[in-house]
Design a protein around this ligand. Sequence first.
Ligand SMILES: N[C@@H](CCC[C@H](N)C(=O)O)C(=O)O
Length: 273
Amino acid sequence: MDAPPGLAFCKMHGAGNDFVVIDSRGTAPVTTPALARALGDRNRGVGFDQLAEIRSGVDTDIELDFWNSDGSRAGACGNATRCVADLVMTGPSLTIRTARGILRAQRLEDGRVSVNMGPPQLDWDQIPLSHSVDTLNLPLQGTPSAVGMGNPHCVFFVEDAEAVDLPALGPGAETDPLYPQKTNVEFASLIAPDHLRMRVWERGAGITLACGSGACATAVAAHLRGLTTRKVTLDLDGGQLQVDWREDGVWLTGPTAHVFTGQLSAAWVAANG
Ligand SMILES: N[C@@H](CCC[C@H](N)C(=O)O)C(=O)O
């Protein structure tokens, strides 16, 4: 007897930031907070940092929704956007509607995918913060900078990002009351005016090997602080990302990888959805 149909997915990563991608174009969206949490479990599910669900586009080529492994929603995910663009792009560029607005991805001659993550959000109420402060020099220990990229970021500039104890420092900053929707937390150190080392504690996912929107936020903060040029390379735990803050927005470039496709059993989805 044929097994009942399940739910198809594919596993991708961008510089080690890993994703389950579900393609719901032409069908009803399936992801719920409970399903995202169950699927994100690296022992009982598939495991991922983020889940990206593709929906049919109305005024864009596709629409994309993002979920963290704890089941929370995210307004932006730079690396998943690049991975999905790589997966579905048939021409040189692709338009993508996300919670943040319309993003445009492009394939470069070397095969890598760039995405315009839009302009940075620098006003306290856009990021959002709980009240008006100097967003470049937050009144927190270590004087980090706050930048929004469709999701909130808190960027600490430190002498040696390598030496930062992420599990000790990440959760406190993630849940600081200054960020009413919590925040992603980056620790960056300067290597050269066009080169940064960055490590990340992600809201809803903890330590990840790379964060695209975090790389964008860090590059923006570093430039505004007078540390770097507008175009920088960032060394993350899982690989390198390039960020170029241009007139039309912050462009993120990096590697993408398709790892495998799979099929969740209908029974597992029914029990966990
Ligand atoms: N890894 C992502 C960001 C994912 C979302 C984030 N954890 C949030 O809750 O905002 C990226 O590549 O941008």
